[in-house]
Design a binder for this molecule. Structure first.
Ligand code: DX5
Ligand code: ZN
Length: 224
């Protein structure tokens, strides 16, 4: 499968939201990545279902909603109603992860689980067959524009191996500091979806930046 590109709207200029959505709609991007932060799970506050609903009304591509919030189970249905097509919760925020995954799937949305950089990928072993997406944070969550943590590359390989052994269809999404300088390495290691905030919206030509990320490593074989 050709990899997917999910521009993170956190880095967009929200005073020109329609321009940003027109750009994503007509670009090579596949999904919208929307970062919900609560000031508790992460030390930053972004936006919630109200703004997601506004984006939904402008978007012609799926909304990939990344919940960096405590007790996400309280809001799953409302995020789905607001327009989320993929809902990703953090492993670290979910004591009853299996139940929360089922709750997401019951809404009809695709279910994702995200891991912070320090959380071993093996914690997903027993839920891999239940989830559509595994998101590996390649920065500490909470802010856009941070530096990519290179330890993520062997983590992608390890997770890909678990997925291969179990023969599940789980997609691997990489989030944080992704750009042309590391995209190929992520893909070679086994990534399927690349989130890109700053490398797209802070670029001189965001459309071109998306195009270039989409064109990286056409059919490259895995390193291992
Ligand atoms: C970080 C968010 C990321 C972030 C990506 O907490 O989950 O999605 O917005 O932005 P860049 O690509 O600038 O690191
Ligand atoms: Zn994110």
């Amino acid at each position: 499968m050709k990899h997917l590109i999910a521009p993170s709207m956190l880095a967009a200029d929200w005073t020109k939201l329609r321009e940003a959505t027109d750009l994503v709609n007509t670009s090579d991007a596949d999904w919208y990545h929307l970062d919900v932060m609560d000031g508790r799970f992460v030390p930053n506050i972004s936006f919630g279902m109200f703004l997601i609903q506004q984006i939904k009304s402008l978007a012609t591509k799926p909304l990939d909603v990344h919940l960096m919030i405590v007790e996400p189970e309280k809001y799953i249905e409302r995020f789905h109603e607001a327009g989320a097509d993929v809902i990703t919760v953090h492993y670290e925020a979910c004591p009853h992860l299996h139940r929360t995954i089922q709750q997401i799937k019951a809404t009809g949305a695709k279910a994702g689980v995200a891991l912070n950089p320090h959380t071993p990928v093996t914690v997903l072993e027993d839920v891999l067959e239940d989830i559509d997406l595994a998101l590996l944070m390649s920065v500490n969550p909470g802010f856009g524009g941070q530096k990519f943590i290179y330890k993520t590359i062997p983590r992608i390989q390890k997770l890909k191996d678990l997925i291969t052994v179990q023969n599940t269809k789980t997609l691997i999404e990489i989030d944080g500091g992704v750009g042309l300088q590391n995209a190929e390495k992520c893909l070679q290691a086994g990534a399927d979806v690349l989130v890109a905030g700053s490398s797209v919206f802070k670029a001189k030509d965001p459309r071109k930046a998306i195009e270039q990320l989409k064109a990286v490593g056409k059919d490259i074989p895995r390193l291992v």
